[in-house]
Design a protein around this ligand. Structure first.
Ligand code: GLY
Length: 388
C-alpha cells in the first residue's frame, strides 16, 4: 500500500478529506469508520471495476450492506438511471444518517451522488473514483447531475449535466490501483483534465501543475509507476480543492472566474459531446469523442479564441495543442456536420447566463472570463480545431 496522502477540501460546512494512495479500497471499511459508525451502507458499483476488487472493498465494510451495479455512459446518464438509483436507496431502507458509497467512474459518481443528495432530502455519500478523470475532477467538489436530451429544432441535443445539485461527499478515496485495469483511452481522457489544471495554475507553479513539467512526464498510462500516479492525482486534487474552497457553488461574480475557471474548455467540449455527428480519430477509428477527448480539443479551441481576442499570450495555444497531442489525445475534429450546430449547442450550454455566453480562456497567469465574443470569433476558434 502507498499512502494515503491527504488533501483537505476546506468548505463552509467544514469540508472533507480526499485520500490518495494505492491499495486503499482493500481497507475501505476502515477508512469509512473515520466518519463514524453506519447502520446501513449502500454501495453503487461500476461494472468497469474488476469484481474481485469490488468484493474485497465490500467485505471490508462492517454494516448492513446492499449493493447494486451499473454500466453507464453519457446516453444513460439520465433521469431513468437516477430513478433506478433512488429505488435502490429506498429498497435498501437507507435513512438519514446512513451512507451511500460509490465505487466507479465520473458518470456513476455524478448520478449516484445526485441520488444520494435527493434520497430523503439527502444522505451522506463517499466517492471512490476509479478513473483518472473522476479522481482529478469529477469526484471532488460536489457537483452531481444527469444529462437531458432536448429537441433544438431541427436536431436533438444532449444537454450535459442539465439536472443536478451540489452534494458534497463526506470523504473521497482515490485508489490508483484501480487505474491498472483502466483502458488506455479512458486514462488519456483523465489527462485532459490534468492539462486543464496545469493551464489554470498558470506559470508560477511547479510539479505536475507546470505545463512543461507535465509535458515532460507524458505519455503516461495505467501502468505508470504508482508513486508518480499518486503525485499526479494528489497535485491535481490540490489545485481543484483550492479552487472549490474559494467558490464552492460557482457564484463568483464579475471578472474573477472563481470556480468557473474549472470550466476552461468545457463549453466547447459540451457542444462537441452534444452534437452526435462529430467524429475524432482514435486508434485509427472514427468515433464520437468522449468527455476527456472533447475537453482536450476544447482547451485548444479556447486558447485559439483567447489569442484571437488578445487575452491569451501568442504561442500558448500551440503549446497546449502540443501537450494534448503528447498525452495521446486527438487535437482535431475529423468530421463536423456543421459548425453552426456546434455554435448553437454552445449557446444552449448551461454555462451561458442571461443569454450571454460566458467563456473561460487561458492567460499567462491562469485564466480569464470572456463574455460573448461574437459568432465570428467563435467560428474562427471552431475552424482551428476542425480537421483539414
Ligand atoms: N468539473 C468542474 C467543476 O467541478 O467545477
Amino acid at each position: 500500500m502507498i499512502g494515503p496522502a491527504r488533501v483537505r477540501v476546506a468548505l463552509a460546512n467544514g469540508g472533507h478529506d480526499v485520500l490518495v494512495g494505492r491499495g486503499l479500497l482493500t481497507g475501505l471499511g476502515g477508512l469509512l469508520t473515520r466518519l463514524g459508525q453506519f447502520r446501513r451502507i449502500h454501495l453503487f458499483e461500476d461494472v468497469g471495476v474488476p469484481k474481485a476488487l469490488r468484493d474485497v472493498a465490500a467485505s471490508s465494510i462492517d454494516a448492513r450492506l446492499t449493493r447494486t451495479e451499473y454500466g453507464l455512459d453519457e446516453a444513460t446518464k439520465s433521469m431513468a438511471s437516477l430513478e433506478r438509483m433512488l429505488q435502490d436507496l429506498a429498497s435498501a431502507g437507507l435513512e438519514r444518517g446512513d451512507l451511500a458509497v460509490v465505487v466507479g467512474g465520473g458518470i456513476l459518481g455524478d448520478v449516484a451522488g445526485l441520488a444520494a443528495g435527493l434520497h430523503r432530502r439527502g444522505v451522506g455519500v463517499v466517492q471512490c473514483p476509479t478513473t483518472l478523470l473522476s479522481m482529478v475532477d469529477a469526484s471532488v467538489g460536489g457537483k452531481t447531475g444527469v444529462n437531458l436530451a432536448v429537441l433544438a429544432d431541427p436536431t436533438r441535443v444532449l444537454l450535459k449535466n442539465a439536472v443536478g445539485m451540489f452534494h458534497q461527499p463526506s470523504l473521497v478515496v482515490a485508489d490508483v490501483e484501480t487505474l491498472v485495469s483502466l483502458p488506455d483511452r479512458a486514462f488519456r481522457c483523465g489527462l485532459a483534465e490534468c492539462i486543464k489544471h496545469a493551464v489554470i495554475a498558470g506559470t508560477e507553479t511547479g510539479g505536475m501543475l507546470d505545463l512543461d513539467a507535465l509535458s515532460s512526464c507524458l505519455p503516461m498510462g495505467p501502468t505508470t509507476d504508482a508513486e508518480r500516479l499518486v503525485s499526479l492525482v494528489r497535485e491535481n486534487i490540490g489545485l481543484k480543492a483550492a479552487v472549490v474552497a474559494g467558490d464552492e457553488q460557482e457564484l463568483a461574480q464579475g471578472a474573477a472566474p472563481g470556480r468557473r475557471a474549472l470550466n476552461l474548455g468545457h463549453t466547447f467540449a459540451h457542444a462537441i459531446e452534444g452534437c452526435e455527428g462529430v467524429r475524432v480519430e482514435i486508434e485509427g477509428r472514427l468515433v464520437h469523442p468522449s468527455h476527456g477527448e472533447a475537453v482536450g480539443i476544447g482547451l485548444i479551441a479556447s486558447a485559439r479564441l483567447g489569442e484571437a481576442v488578445g487575452l491569451t499570450p501568442p504561442g500558448l495555444a500551440d503549446k497546449i495543442q502540443a501537450v494534448v497531442a503528447r498525452a495521446g489525445l486527438p487535437v482535431h475534429l475529423v468530421e463536423v456536420p456543421d459548425i453552426g450546430d456546434l455554435m448553437s449547442a454552445m449557446r444552449q450550454d448551461k454555462k451561458s447566463s442571461g443569454g450571454v455566453l460566458r467563456l473561460v480562456v487561458p492567460t499567462r497567469e491562469g485564466v480569464s472570463m470572456l463574455d460573448d465574443p461574437g459568432d465570428s470569433a467563435l467560428a474562427g476558434a471552431w475552424r482551428h480545431v476542425r480537421g483539414r
